[in-house]
Each structure stands twice: as structure tokens, then as C-alpha cells.
Design a protein around this ligand. Structure first.
Ligand SMILES: C[S@@+](CC[C@H](N)C(=O)[O-])C[C@H]1O[C@@H](n2cnc3c(N)ncnc32)[C@H](O)[C@@H]1O
Length: 372
């Protein structure tokens, strides 16, 4: 482990706060839903850490165990893998003290070697895989593939932290510009990139010109999401950075077979991200106390709703929302969408023939473009 990583568990950094907020907001509703499937639930935290940071804050294993105990008690098994004995030992103690030792199993070993042992043992279980390595080499595509290719009948969800600065280093763009592409070290780096992303599609993005670094990063993650989408159709990502003008540290990427995951993640990721950006921009200023929700834009939402209703006439409000976030993930909040649809129907710009007692729309109301 590098010195840089050694202080990781001293206390939560702003970027850890975003990912933990996403995980702790997502796990309870996710577990409540999948518990209703009536199948055993397997939760795997591939890069688990000690469970509790030095400053007392809780890491992913505790977030997962608490939610599982609350929403799926008696119907789950959680596995927490750590390569470093000191974190494995600390986590073991934390799980024992919490009384989770029967359902939550710490494993000492290398995730890239241990995780491939799991898929052959799976049958109809519901599986949630959380991968939070220190860098993208911890989650090569071949590690995900056996989970991505599970039968469509079973529930499989994956959440990965995809680190970005390392991807730049491995792409070695400058070396390519200097004509050093055949250098064996560069070739090795590029093979690592292809292993991580599951193909060499990253090259045309990372070596393209006319884009900013951040644009290239977003294109890379979008392409990665498109790749995941071939297996699990509902995919999205959230950039994690300290502030709007800071470099992106990693993207939280999720992939699921169920649209509900995307609907939940849209609002959860947008809230966690906006809260952090608001804090970075206004902490210590007169605007600190302003509501961060006001910083989430609604610009363009009306036009998006109208164009999607034209493209998919007759969808329920709920299905329309899923269509919108599939195309514009993390751009709008569900609450703003509901207000907007109501305004569009009230003003006659959209038509809703669904019989209802009041003018208020509900999620089952179907929507059509206005005939005017
Ligand atoms: C970013 S931290 C995870 C933090 C954790 N998710 C939390 O919220 O506390 C990465 C962890 O993975 C462990 N690790 C690194 N490489 C590993 C590997 N190949 N297999 C298993 N664990 C590994 C590190 O020791 C470290 O505890």
C-alpha cells in the first residue's frame, strides 16, 4: 500500500462523503425492494476497509450491514473482502461487536482472485456487488463479466468507483503524441486500460483532440456505461470531485436490470453531488445557509417532457420519468418533474385522459401531446 493510501482511513474526505451518502441512501430502499423477491440476498463489498474510520465515521461494511439488518433481516449474507490483514482484523472485530458475525463474513485475500470463485456457486440469489478499490486496476472487466452475464431471471446489481486520474496516466496521451506508442511500458499501460474497460474503445476517446480533459473523462465513462448497458440495461454514473472547478477523482457507476435502481439513483446521486458542490461553493459565505436544492436546475425540463411525450405518447407519468432519466441521467429531480408535468397538463400543453377525482395527477396517469 502506498503512503498516500495509508492515511485513507484517518477520516472521511469530501469525496468519500459523496460515495457513502449514495450508498447509505440507496441500500435501504434497494434492500426493501429485493427482499420482496423472496430470494436469498448476497451482498459483496470487494474492497471493504476496516468498517470504522479513525475519526469514528462508518465505512461501507457498516453502512451495508445496518441497512441489511433493517430491511432484509434473516435473508442476507454479506461478504467483505480485504487484502490487508490490519483492515481485515479491524473489520472482524467491528462485525463481532455489532453482532453481525453470522450474516457478515470478513474474508482475507485479494478480491481479483476471490471474487471469481463466487459466480459458479450462485443459483437464484439476488446479488449486490460493491467495488471500491483504490484504483481502476482493482475492477478489470473480466471480474465483472460473470456477474453481468448472470441469467436475466435473477437480480444483479453492481456499483463501482471508477478512478479517473489513473486512467489518464495509463493512457499516456503525451507519450503517444511524441510517437512513443510502441514503447513496451506504454503498450503494457494500454493493455491494462483495455483490461479495465473491456475493450480498446477508450483509445479513440483518450487520444482525441479538441476536447477538454473533463469532456474526455465524461465521454470515457459514458462509453463504459454503454458497454455495461449491453448486459444490465439500467446504468448511470455520478462524478465525484471536491468542487465544481476541481478535477474529477472518480465516477460512481451503477448497473442494474431494474429501472427502479436508475430512478432511485438519479435523485440520490443528484442530491449527494449537489449538496457537495453547494458546500464547496458557499461554505463560510453569506450563502452557506441557502437550500442546496435550489441549486439543482429545472431549465429545459418542460421542453424535455414535451418532446418525450411526443416520442412516447400514452406512457404513464412513472414510465415517462424513467425514459427521461435514461436519456438525461442526474440532470433533473423527480420532484421538479412531477411539478412540471402537472403544470403542463393544467395549462393544456399536455393531455391526460386518465379518470381521476381531482386535477392532481398520479404516477399511473397516462400522458399524450396536446391536440392544440
Ligand atoms: C478505498 S478503500 C475502501 C473503503 C471502503 N469502501 C469504506 O467505505 O470504508 C479500498 C480498500 O481495499 C483494500 N484493497 C486494496 N486492494 C485490494 C485487493 N486486491 N483485494 C482486496 N482488498 C484490497 C484496501 O486495503 C482498502 O481497505
Amino acid at each position: 500500500m502506498t503512503a498516500q493510501n495509508d492515511d485513507f482511513f484517518e477520516g472521511k474526505r469530501p469525496w468519500s462523503i459523496i460515495k457513502d451518502e449514495v450508498l447509505s441512501s440507496y441500500m435501504p430502499p434497494y434492500l426493501a425492494k429485493v427482499n420482496r423477491l423472496g430470494r436469498p440476498i448476497i451482498l459483496v463489498d470487494g474492497f471493504a476497509g476496516p468498517g470504522i474510520f479513525d475519526d469514528g465515521s462508518e465505512g461501507s461494511p457498516l453502512i451495508i450491514c445496518k441497512a441489511a439488518q433493517e430491511r432484509a433481516a434473516g435473508n442476507y449474507q454479506a461478504f467483505f473482502i480485504n487484502k490487508d490483514r490490519k483492515y481485515y482484523d479491524r473489520l472482524k472485530g467491528v462485525l463481532q461487536r455489532g453482532g453481525w458475525q453470522h450474516q457478515a463474513i470478513p474474508i482475507l485475500g485479494d478480491t481479483t482472485k476471490i471474487l471469481p470463485l463466487l459466480p459458479p456457486k450462485l443459483s437464484d440469489q439476488t446479488v449486490f456487488l460493491y467495488l471500491d478499490p483504490f484504483g481502476p486496476t482493482g475492477s478489470p472487466f473480466t471480474l465483472l463479466e460473470p456477474f453481468l452475464t448472470r441469467s436475466k431471471e435473477y437480480s444483479t446489481e453492481i456499483v463501482i468507483m471508477m478512478h479517473i486520474p489513473v486512467a489518464h496516466r495509463l493512457s499516456a496521451r503525451r507519450a503517444i503524441e511524441e510517437g512513443k506508442g510502441s514503447d513496451p511500458t506504454i503498450q503494457k499501460f494500454h493493455q491494462t486500460m483495455s483490461n479495465i474497460f473491456g475493450g480498446d474503445y477508450w483509445k479513440s476517446i483518450m487520444f482525441s483532440s479538441g476536447f477538454t480533459t473533463q469532456e474526455r473523462e465524461t465521454q470515457l465513462i459514458d462509453a463504459y456505461c454503454k458497454k455495461l448497458e449491453k448486459y444490465l440495461p439500467y446504468v448511470g454514473s455520478c462524478p465525484v470531485q471536491e468542487g465544481k472547478n476541481e478535477r474529477i477523482k472518480y465516477f460512481i457507476v451503477f448497473a442494474s436490470r431494474h429501472p427502479d435502481a436508475m430512478v432511485l439513483m438519479n435523485d440520490i446521486m443528484l442530491s449527494a453531488y449537489s449538496k457537495r458542490m453547494h458546500k464547496d461553493a458557499y461554505a463560510g459565505t453569506l450563502f452557506e445557509g441557502e437550500d442546496w436544492k435550489d441549486s439543482i436546475p429545472t431549465k429545459g425540463l418542460k421542453e424535455v417532457v414535451i418532446s418525450q411525450v411526443k416520442e412516447y405518447p400514452g406512457l404513464t407519468r412513472e414510465d415517462l420519468w424513467a425514459k427521461i432519466i435514461q436519456r438525461h441521467f442526474m440532470l433533473y429531480r423527480r420532484a421538479d418533474f412531477i411539478i412540471t408535468v402537472q403544470q403542463l397538463v393544467d395549462s393544456g400543453k399536455l393531455n391526460c385522459p386518465t379518470p381521476r377525482k381531482t386535477k392532481r395527477l398520479n404516477k399511473k396517469c397516462v400522458l399524450f401531446p396536446s391536440e392544440n
